[in-house]
Design a protein around this ligand. Structure first.
Ligand SMILES: Cc1ncc(COP(=O)(O)O)c(C=O)c1O
Length: 363
């Protein structure tokens, strides 16, 4: 028997994720795509998403070892890349035990590999810092570092060299071309497999496509590009975040709604209260006017978002009553639109949907 009584649900369309993955592949037919399922698959549920992509995606990527172990324990046997690698001998041994592929992005990780005896060698991706300046070894170190890795008994000899782009979402920026040039220059002496593209680059920078691409955000149905782009049109949002109206009231002109009177009625109004709040991941900083759908009709947020509830102005949506369906984002109200109203990115909205929200899967 189900023990779910609250109708605050993130419904995940697994077929959409598979279709979005196939779209990423179709844009780069010479490449293979490793599905990025870090941060609980951007809030969609890492185990469910990885299982839905088994047999479709040949490999997965997560950020940290705990995420990888969760997938291994759930029976995901495909190659699994740890985008941040590991930072201790204990983590390195655990990674070897779970047959993980490790990013090596700094000298400390390189030394750790050289100094640790492992029961079996690990697969390694070497990350080069071509301009993101977050992780990665300097381009000038590539030849030396490759020599060290090749000499290390802890490292398999199927090394992949990679980098991460800082501004691929901005088609007007010259920065992506500069990063590609730096990458090409420092990897010209070897013929190792390479990886550069995130979602933005898969969609709009074909020159960055390599042996392995790394789509994340686009798998969940969104384009990260700052402008409308035809290749993004085929993507379908995979998450519908919904809840229900739990109260409706009439208020008079001058009445205020929610904490600190941030919304005031300038005429008689109807206010609906929806059972979702910032403890569920709905952004607390959402301003008045942020769009919400009730019964398919767009209505504006009215008043401060609270921990468990939001209030919306339904004066222009007659007939709204307790039990009615509210969509916070999904195919009919893209998370990118809500993100724009809130001045954040849809990456953040999706990944912050909290554990309190029940995930329901459709396939
Ligand atoms: C190294 C790396 N590769 C790929 C991705 C996937 O990026 P996106 O979600 O923009 O496709 C990320 C995400 O942050 C990342 O850190």
């Amino acid at each position: 028997m189900s023990n779910r009584f609250r109708n605050c649900v993130a419904t995940i369309d697994l077929a959409a994720i598979r279709d979005n993955y196939r779209h990423a592949c179709s844009l780069a037919p010479e490449s293979r795509a490793l599905a990025v399922v870090k941060a609980n698959a951007y809030g969609h549920g890492a185990v469910a998403v990885a299982r839905a992509l088994q047999g479709v995606a040949p490999a997965f990527a997560v950020a940290i070892i705990e995420e990888a172990v969760e997938l291994r324990e759930a029976g995901i046997t495909e190659p699994l890349l740890l985008l941040q690698g590991v930072n201790s001998a204990a983590a390195l041994k655990a990674a070897a035990r779970h047959d993980l592929t490790l990013m090596v992005h700094n000298e400390e990780q390189l030394n750790l590999l050289a100094a640790t005896t492992l029961p079996r060698p690990v697969h390694v991706w070497l990350k080069i810092d071509t301009g993101m300046h977050r992780l990665g070894l300097p381009p000038a170190r590539v030849d030396d570092v490759l020599a060290i890795l090749r000499a290390s008994s802890a490292c398999e000899n199927d090394i992949v060299v990679c980098t991460h782009l800082a501004s691929a979402d901005n088609l007007d920026s010259p920065y992506t071309k500069q990063q590609l040039d730096i990458f090409a220059a420092c990897t010209s002496a070897d013929d190792l497999p390479q990886s550069i593209s995130n979602s933005a680059a898969i969609l709009a920078w074909p020159a960055s496509h390599r042996h392995w691409n790394r789509p994340g955000f686009m798998l969940y149905g969104y384009s990260p590009l700052t402008v409308d782009h035809p290749e993004g049109h085929a993507l379908r949002p995979a998450m519908t975040l919904s809840s229900e109206v739990i109260a409706v009231r009439e208020i008079t002109a001058g009445d205020a709604v929610s904490y600190n009177n941030r919304w005031k009625a300038d005429a008689p109004a109807r206010i609906a209260t929806i059972a979702i709040g910032y403890a569920d991941g709905y952004p607390r900083c959402a301003p008045n006017g942020t769009p919400v759908l009730i019964n398919g009709v767009e209505v504006p947020l009215a008043g401060t978002v609270t921990m468990d509830m939001i209030t919306v102005d339904v004066t222009r949506a007659p007939g709204v009553k307790p039990g009615d369906h509210a969509q916070l984002w999904g195919p009919e109200l893209p998370a990118t639109r809500v993100a724009e109203a809130v001045a954040t990115s849809a990456y953040e909205l999706l990944t912050r949907v909290s554990a309190r929200v029940h995930r329901e899967y459709r396939d």
